[in-house]
Design a protein around this ligand. Sequence first.
Ligand SMILES: [Zn+2]
Length: 245
Amino acid sequence: MKADPAAQRRLLDLQAIDTALGQLAHRRGALPELAEIADGTKQLTGLSDAVAAARADVDDLGRDVRRLEMDVEQVRNRATKDQQRMQAGGLPSKELERLQHEVDSLARRASSLEDDELELMEKREEAETVLAAAESAKAAVDTTVVAATERRDAAFVEIDAETDKRGAERAAIVPNMPDDLLKLYERIRSTSGIGAALLRARRCEGCRLELAGSDYAAIKKASPDEVIRHEECGRILVRTDMSGL
Ligand SMILES: [Zn+2]
């Protein structure tokens, strides 16, 4: 294949742009924030469940405490009524005795219910501590995810702007390239990542190998518009002032 030497040299610009575009795409996909966000989001699911479970415990215990409070109140009201009846007087001694007995029994019942209530209130306090810890763990991960998302978005903006810039540079070069040369370049690049490499002194910058003496001698003799490929790696070897020919 033959191609204008200037077009061959432009392959190096194209290759530099394509290398940069490849690095940008890799950077975009490998941002540490992506793993951080995925990990945090997964953690948040578990933490949300923990918060919901802890809140349900607090609510349940709160309901139990209120129920016991009502029970205590009922017992105390009953005892007050009994006492009022006793104080009103005019009751037969047997009835007085029965009421006194009931008042004593109600007092024991109230005291036992209050013990239960106290125990439940302690449990509710413990559940509130568990809830607060779950909420604060969730809030911490939330904050981490929000911050990582902001950093990711900022990096995306920067990478996308650079990608657009490089894309525009590429679009300016491609229409001025001979079709067959461009096709060859793309074909090699699609398999090995690098389609065209500078011949620097006697070294192929694509594969970093030094050219064999006979290959180098052949290149020295080749016409400038001849498209030369490195025997070893198959890449297009571009000759410039730095090739030492
Ligand atoms: Zn090579």
